[in-house]
Design a protein around this ligand. Structure first.
Ligand code: SF4
Length: 619
């Protein structure tokens, strides 16, 4: 096996219309400015598409990108990213996945693959170190995501869509093994191109770091941090992401009945602790992971994937169901058809409320599991009411009324945390580039669980949202799991030697000092040791800022501005049933400050000065 140091700097560009491909070299300057992964994918698409193109048309490009740490074996480094302009929202979206496709693509020698055009007939691609073969997918078309993977031999490097992607369901996902590029309907883009699957034939190259000695030390340090942090070494490792449920329910951020309530007496039944106790759970994690948040367990006598927190919250509590067995089965059904469980849960909850309010006719009722299986199937196959539901909550509310309880931002359905108990999280949802996304900036832990930032005040929130956005964009571009951030950011000198009360005070009132002292230097150090390119902590965060602002700029070219940086009416004007104070999110008090720290004008557009400062070519 040949050795490949860090990144190959080679990307394949495929045109499905002409069934042709070419290979290009990525300039060193772009590698340092955009790091790889999400950042590089975004930049390559920016260079190639014009604003206003049809998301389901030939001109749209979907990029699957690997990054520097992928294939090195450092903790939690199996992540790869897809980037495209998506039909659910009409703006840019990206999604990260820990399935095996990424490592196969990287060890085939590619930093990414860009796909444009549209095949006349269903096709799948085989990508190897030699290039791309175009294969007839007529026998695969119409098959669900799991069956299609079986038919392709359950090869490690597969990426497939189910019937939902084929039917252009706007919340369709893409599967890689038992992991998904879940959010924002990326599966519909593959479907629109008649592209059923991609198979990457890896293991042509062994990925080796440029500076092995430095890398080995950092690899050990990363593992030490993960094993020392209670969140990554205990909560996530024991219970997976369902460990959030207990806290969400306690702090009133659990979505219940389409976000009318923030907690429920039966919430504990779907908690990580309860699922572990009753369903014989085992690790079922992404490759090279040492946090091990992924789980499987026994549900109704069969081994199934334990639903993630988001699925338990949205496809469970939010529709009034607190039965882990049912939720595990619906989770599986969504995976089979290839749909995002977060969006599906929101859409069903909206239909339940719209039914209660007489806007729509359906048999779906909060707390009643009857009809949920059928409606999931109808959505995937675009039948009956499922045909309208396949377009998402925003589209439904535009057709039937009920915009005030359509829980979405910029067209993307909400993830699992009610922001009325955490204002910073509310701001991050409003301004996130891909819509209502919990992974753009995650303040909830600081605001609720750790109590380091006061949850019900706008103070300091804008600065922290910017910091997380920059850091998470960096993390998603170097190909490591974002969950490492809990372990890698909680070791700074400031938090290590300062009592929590004092630390909270500093973070709240002196955030301009507290934020820069946060030691996240392990990320750029790891990247440097692998690529051999020097990268300081400041440059890492600046690259993250560049990626964030470029994505924002691309979205503003599609018409996004201040009017879209908002929250559902429910969070701005309606208190939760469970909250006697009826707290709502004072978004307007945070938005101007956020624009200021981000370098946007009052309308939320990146200023020329910001674009120049970040070296983003535009105009
Ligand atoms: S922590 Fe969870 S999501 Fe992240 S790499 Fe590990 S198993 Fe995958």
């Amino acid at each position: 096996m040949e050795k490949l140091i860090g990144m190959s700097k080679k990307v394949i560009e495929v045109n499905l219309s002409s069934q042709s491909f070419s290979i290009f070299n990525v300039p060193d300057a772009d590698i340092k400015m955009y790091l790889g992964g999400k950042g590089l994918g975004l930049k390559l698409i920016y260079d190639r598409i014009s604003p206003g193109i049809d998301t389901l048309g030939e001109e749209n490009i979907i990029a699957f990108m690997t990054g520097a740490l992928l294939g090195t074996g450092v903790s939690c480094s199996s992540r790869f990213t897809a980037v495209t302009k998506t039909p659910l929202t009409g703006i840019m979206a990206s999604s990260s996945c820990g399935g095996p496709f990424g490592e196969s693509l990287k060890t085939a020698g590619w930093d990414g693959i860009l796909i444009k055009g549209k095949s006349k007939n269903p096709v799948y691609l085989v990508v190897s170190s030699d290039g791309v073969e175009f294969k007839d997918a007529k026998d695969l078309w119409g098959k669900d995501a799991m069956r299609a993977q079986e038919m392709l031999g359950n090869n490690e490097g597969m990426l497939v869509i189910g019937q939902a992607g084929e039917n252009l369901v706007r919340v369709a996902n893409i599967a890689s093994g038992h992991r998904f590029l879940g959010r924002a309907g990326l599966g519909a883009v593959m479907g629109s191109k008649n592209l059923k699957a991609i198979m990457a034939v890896g293991k042509a190259y062994k990925i080796v770091p440029k500076d092995k000695q430095a890398f080995d030390k950092l690899k050990k340090r990363a593992l030490k941090y993960i094993n020392a942090n209670p969140f990554t070494s205990n909560d996530y490792r024991k219970y997976g992401t369902p460990s959030h449920l207990f806290h969400s329910n306690k702090y009133g951020s659990l979505p219940v009945h389409n976000f009318k309530k923030g907690m429920h007496k039966d919430g504990y039944k779907i908690s990580g602790e309860e699922i572990r106790a009753k369903h014989d759970t085992k690790h079922h994690a992404c490759k090279h992971c040492t946090i091990l948040c992924g789980k499987k367990g026994t549900f109704d006598g069969k081994q199934r994937v334990v639903p993630e927190y988001e699925t338990l919250a949205l496809l469970g509590a939010n529709i009034g169901i607190f039965d882990p067995v049912r939720i595990a089965k619906w989770n599986e059904l969504c995976g089979i058809y290839g749909m995002d469980t977060i969006s599906v849960g929101n859409i069903i909850a909206w239909v339940m409320e719209a039914t209660e309010k007489g806007l729509i006719e359906s048999d779906l009722k909060f707390g009643n599991p009857e009809g949920v299986d059928k409606i999931i199937t109808d959505m995937a196959l675009t039948k009956g009411l499922g045909k309208d539901m396949a377009f998402g909550v925003k589209s439904l509310s535009e057709k039937y009324g009920g915009k005030d309880f359509a829980i979405q931002v910029k067209g993307l359905e909400w993830s699992g945390y009610d922001p009325r108990g955490a204002f910073g999280q509310g701001l991050s949802y409003a301004v996130a580039n891909r819509g209502a996304c919990h992974l753009s900036a995650s303040l909830l832990f600081l605001e609720n669980n750790a109590g380091l930032l006061k949850s019900n005040t706008p103070r300091a929130k804008a600065g922290f949202v910017k910091f997380f956005e920059d850091m998470f964009n960096g993390i998603n571009s170097i190909s490591i799991c974002v969950f490492t951030s809990s372990a890698f950011t909680l070791e700074p000198p400031l938090s290590k030697y300062t009592p929590n009360l004092m630390l909270g005070f500093l973070m709240q009132y002196f955030s301009k000092i507290a934020i820069p002292t946060t030691d996240i230097s392990i990320y750029p150090k790891l990247w440097s040791s692998v690529t051999g390119i020097k990268l300081s902590k400041a440059e890492f965060l600046r690259a993250g800022a560049r990626i964030h602002v470029l994505e924002r700029y691309m979205n503003t070219r599609e018409g996004i501005s201040r009017k879209d940086d908002t929250l559902p009416e429910r969070f701005l004007n309606e208190g939760r049933d469970s909250d006697p104070k009826k707290t709502t999110v004072p978004l307007h008090k945070m938005l101007d400050t956020y624009y200021k720290v981000r370098g946007f004008d009052k309308n939320g557009i990146p200023t020329p000065k910001t674009m120049q400062k970040l070296n983003i070519a535009y105009g």
